[in-house]
Design a protein around this ligand. Structure first.
Ligand code: C6P
Length: 409
């Protein structure tokens, strides 16, 4: 895999013990680790180029501006956007969705309009729409999640009934962070377009794991976070189609986003500056640039194959355990597996696994309505990335067997 390269040597954080055990990090859906090249890119910026962007005419400021804008152009290439002007830097997926909810939705939603979501949305792609709907007098509809183990997890037949001309916006996740479902995003965008609805794709869980092309997806907006794709925390992206962005009002105002300011009023710059008021996160945009280079160096199709293979191996191995309920599709799934044990609460499982050096996540994973629908207070999740190995799945399974024995005794 990865042309015989040992990618684990690229990630310094992996080389540590938790208690007496080597770290087995299976919490990548929460955040991924950073390769040395990303850490170095951020340090190098602070060591050599640190300066504010756009407003300076001295050497450091020009280097900082070049680095920041090069990162924007790199994001455009990474997702095949038509232009860097379609790339807005944010703090992450949550802020990107809020930007659309507070700018596009505030300007375009009217009483009686409908926002369509799916039941598997992360709170970050649900709560902002609840607030936007309440402000506009719009209503929310949800595409139902069907059967624990259905491939797409969504009731696509219900779409015909739900996707009516009143739907002005359809926001959905590309990969469910709890179920591991990969939604048919291009098809969903096509069907939304047919009724004139604008689409928002939450790519938080897909961007670092799958090849992604916004033009072939046909989405209007797409949101993601740097920290889940080997990049730094505190940097993320909103992609928006140029025609939509140009017509949107700013959502935050201040320095950097204006063309003219009078005492009485102001005028705005075009996108992307219009949506980036204040000093941006220059260092981490530069770190994100290094992360994209790193992922493309490994090969995104290869990353996808690697992560899917680990998840399928884990799913099959976990299915052998007594009293386990696995969530999400049995077949094609993204690089994560969630489950509940009959005899142990998710938080206890995570605490006990930690004693074996295994980092898992337990809880509702910011999917409270979905967990309620599944009849579970919480689940345990193992999620994989480029540096995980089949041997680590063996460690996970051994640890879970110990936990099951303990709670059954
Ligand atoms: N999910 C998880 O452990 P931020 O926090 O803005 O980087 O990403 C929010 C977000 C949005 N959508 C999806 C599908 C996500 O999975 C997440 C983050 C983490 O599953 C934290 S709850």
């Amino acid at each position: 895999m990865f042309a015989g390269r040992d990618v684990r040597t690229d990630f310094p954080v992996l080389h540590q013990k938790v208690g007496a055990h080597p770290l087995v990090y299976l919490d990548n859906a929460a955040t991924s680790h950073k390769p040395q090249v990303v850490i170095d890119a951020v340090s190098r910026f602070y060591e050599r180029d640190n300066s504010n962007v756009h407003r300076g005419l001295h050497a450091l400021s020009m280097r900082a501006t070049d680095g920041y804008e090069a990162a924007r152009a790199r994001v455009a290439r990474f997702i095949n956007a038509a232009s860097p002007a379609e790339i807005i830097f944010t703090r992450g997926t949550t802020e990107s969705v809020n930007l659309v909810a507070q700018s596009w939705a505030a300007a375009n939603l009217r009483r009686g309009d409908v926002i369509l979501l799916t039941e598997m949305e992360h709170h970050s792609n649900m709560v902002p729409w609840q607030v936007a709907a309440e402000r506009a007098g719009a209503t929310l509809r949800y595409v139902p999640v069907v059967g624990d183990n259905a491939e797409h997890g969504l009731d696509l037949d219900a779409l015909d009934r739900l996707l009516t001309p009143e739907v002005k916006l359809f926001a959905f996740t590309h990969i469910s962070n709890t179920l591991g479902v990969i939604t048919p995003a291009a098809e969903l965008c096509r069907r939304a377009r047919a009724v004139g609805a604008v689409t928002v794709v939450d790519a938080a869980q897909s961007i670092g794991h799958e090849p992604l092309d916004v033009q072939s997806l046909g989405c209007d907006f797409l949101a993601f976070s740097g920290h889940k794709m080997a990049g730094p925390t505190g940097i993320g992206v909103l992609y928006g189609r140029r025609a939509l962005l140009d017509a949107m009002p700013p959502w935050q105002t201040g320095g950097g986003m204006i063309s003219v300011v009078e005492f009485g009023s102001s005028r705005w710059k075009p996108s992307p500056e219009r949506f980036e008021a204040g000093t941006p996160n220059v260092a981490d945009a530069i770190g994100l640039h290094a992360a994209m280079d790193y992922l493309d160096g490994l090969g995104r199709p290869e990353i996808s194959l690697h992560d899917h293979a680990l998840a399928e191996t884990a799913y099959a191995a976990l299915a052998e355990l007594p009293g386990i309920r696995l969530l999400g599709p049995a077949g094609r799934r993204a690089g994560l597996v969630s489950f509940a044990l009959q005899d142990a609460h998710a938080h206890d499982v995570v605490t006990f696994a930690d004693q074996d050096g295994v980092a898992l996540r337990g809880g509702h994973h910011c999917n409270q309505p979905l967990m309620r629908k599944l009849g579970l207070p919480s689940s345990v999740r193992a999620s994989f990335y480029v540096y995980n190995t089949p041997q680590e799945i063996d460690v996970l399974v051994r640890s879970l067997r110990r936990i099951i024995q303990f709670f059954r005794a």
